[in-house]
Design a protein around this ligand. Sequence first.
Ligand code: ADP
Ligand code: MG
Length: 252
Amino acid sequence: MSWLEVENLTLTFGGLKAVDNLSFSVEPDTVYTIIGPNGAGKSTVFNLICRIYDPVAGDVRLGGESLLSAKPHQIVRRGIARTFQNIELFEHATMLENLLIGRHSRDGFKPLRELFFAGGQLEQELAHRRKAEEVIEFLDLQAHRHARVSDLPYGIRKKIEIARALVAGPELLLLDEPSSGLTTEETADIAFWIEDIKADLGITVVMIEHDMKLVNKVSDKVLAIAEGRFLAEGTAAEVQDNQDVQHAYLGT
Ligand code: ADP
Ligand code: MG
């Protein structure tokens, strides 16, 4: 039994099969990468895992337990955190504030005072703050602790997205195009952090990515999909050599 199991997953939007009978499984302590042309259904797979959408068929299991009974806000408690293809941070708050409200983001922006003293949850909030400090140190973000997110360069904001997900203390981290919009240098930096997240924090990573240099560097296994369907799975080299994958990209 694998750790994360996606089985015959299907979702339609109107007449469009965004995800079509897709199955794959992910072993713990690996980086598993999903590639595919634009519109292939990659982000939709993440939205299904995070319970944003209900599949019309299929199942998603983590450690043998189906996630389909979970509500979106319970996904973090099941050990899953994600980043978004487009950065979703509170632009006018500082980096630290973003990390502290990360867990509460679905409730909107609450003043810190309210977070710290709400319902006698002081202990929990202190633990959360310690975790935020740990992550800041781990990702080497100390210099930006009190900077307003909107004043920071795009590359740092992408990293803060990852930091915010890590503060939730996940066992499974879903990264949706971590390199999009980044320079070659910043992408190499992200590769380094992804490897550390796996090796040092023992977090399993499922990543959607276009930059094949990053894919080749960090992926233990690669899945290619197109039009919501499974195309090929294997090492990065195997998948890139696959004829169906080449046809999907070149449209031939
Ligand atoms: P990818 O991330 O691989 O680029 P997506 O998963 O975002 O692709 O989208 C897969 C397909 O589903 C696309 O054709 C997209 O237009 C469609 N789609 C995604 N989300 C919605 C939605 N909420 N409503 C309607 N169609 C959607
Ligand atoms: Mg996408």
